[in-house]
Ligand binder design. Structure first.
Ligand SMILES: *Cc1c(COP(=O)(O)O)cnc(C)c1O
Length: 371
């Protein structure tokens, strides 16, 4: 049996003709940017996320940059002002901060769920008079503890930007105003057939400023209030996303089913703790194990593709070499022990069982697991 980590071809095939029809009708319409498909998708995505406003953008990184730039303008943040970022994330979260002239302050993650550390004493120690914002990343598809993060932010007068690029459709029970960024990179739970992203927010001023900044800083054509960016969700991607959005809840349900099966049946005593209240949509199923290299090799020999998210935390990347003396032990542990197993809406029961069986076999053969 061969199990790909993520079979995008098969996934997109599963939506059938409607995707092709959606793209075709845009091609034939002669209108490719800033049109009715993008507008309709923004409305539908905003509704789906319970957000007052949704602004389609070019990708997830742009979405993060645009919100930070908007806040920089709105609140008069200065170059080098600080933003707290969990180090166990895709590099985009940190790059967005750096690229708008702010400074990422890397923080550790919780040992039990790999999400941004919610120990208040720890977080408080990262705050100084230049701290402006905190970015919880809903890593692997699970919503971070929003109540704790927003309480902390309120106490120190910080903005909260949720990096929801892995958490499309994850349920949350926080009641206040939120600003979130999504990516529709092809491999995400809701993926385009190219690049795409969206900013959702309950704040009208943020919405208007992000929209303007994404469109060269203009609100009226050729009148530029800001030195903006060019960042657009195009009409073809928006039309395709509208088709796929109709299936997102079902797709997520299947991912959750498989992840629950893994969680309940995989051997090992180092598994992360996950909530099973719909707040985790398992963009990634992370398996924590000693001897990862050997297990990954064994799985490969047995036809199972895996990945690592992420092998190097941001603060240990060469791109952020000034942080190399910082130690963030939980994130570093995860970077050395995490192995992402295949999970998607098209994985069959048989395939998921084969993954579990193969890992169990590995432990029997290698005698390094005691139940
Ligand atoms: C995918 C991702 C991004 C960036 O999305 P792009 O569309 O590739 O720019 C940002 N943050 C996280 C956590 C992601 O997983």
């Amino acid at each position: 049996m061969i199990i790909k980590y993520l079979d995008l071809n098969a996934i997109n095939d599963s939506y059938g003709q409607p995707i092709i029809d959606a793209a075709n009708s845009v091609i034939k319409s002669g209108w490719y940017l800033h049109g009715s498909e993008t507008e309709a998708f923004e409305r539908e995505w905003g509704d789906y996320c319970n957000a007052k406003f949704a602004i389609g953008v070019g990708n997830g990184l742009d979405g993060l940059k645009l919100v930070l730039q908007a806040w920089k303008i709105m609140y008069g943040w200065k170059e080098g002002d600080e933003v707290i970022v969990p180090t166990n994330t895709f590099i985009a979260t940190a790059l967005a901060v750096s690229q708008v002239g702010l400074k990422p302050v890397f923080c550790d993650v919780n040992q039990e769920d790999a999400l941004i550390c919610t120990d208040e004493n720890y977080l408080q120690n990262l705050v100084n008079e230049r701290t402006r914002c905190v970015i919880p990343v809903h890593l692997y598809g699970q919503i971070a503890n929003l109540q704790k993060i927003y309480n902390f932010a309120e106490k120190f007068n910080l903005q909260v930007l949720e990096d929801a690029c892995q958490a499309h459709g994850a349920k949350y029970n926080y009641k206040g105003q939120r600003t979130c960024v999504y990516s529709f990179y092809p491999g995400k739970n809701l993926g385009a057939l190219g690049d795409g992203g969206c900013v959702t927010t309950d704040n009208q001023e943020v919405a208007e400023l992000v929209r303007s900044l994404a469109n060269y800083g203009q609100k009226t054509k050729y009148v530029h209030d800001y030195q903006g960016f060019n960042s657009r969700l195009d009409e073809i991607q928006a039309a395709i996303l509208r088709v796929k959005l109709r299936h997102l809840d079902d797709d997520n349900k299947r991912r959750i089913e498989i992840a629950d099966f893994y969680q309940n049946n995989l051997p090992g005593d180092k598994k992360l703790n996950f909530q099973n209240d719909g707040s985790h949509v398992y963009h990634i199923y992370p398996y924590i194990t000693d001897n990862r290299t050997k297990l990954q090799e064994f799985l490969k020999e047995n036809g199972i593709e895996t990945q690592i998210h992420y092998p190097i935390p941001c603060h240990k990347q060469k791109a952020y070499s000034s942080y190399s003396n910082v130690n963030l032990t939980n994130a570093e542990y995860l970077a050395d022990h995490e192995l992402s197993l295949p999970n998607s809406q098209i994985l069959t029961d048989e395939q998921a069982e084969y993954v579990v069986k193969t890992i169990s076999k590995y432990f029997v053969l290698n005698d390094d697991y005691v139940k």
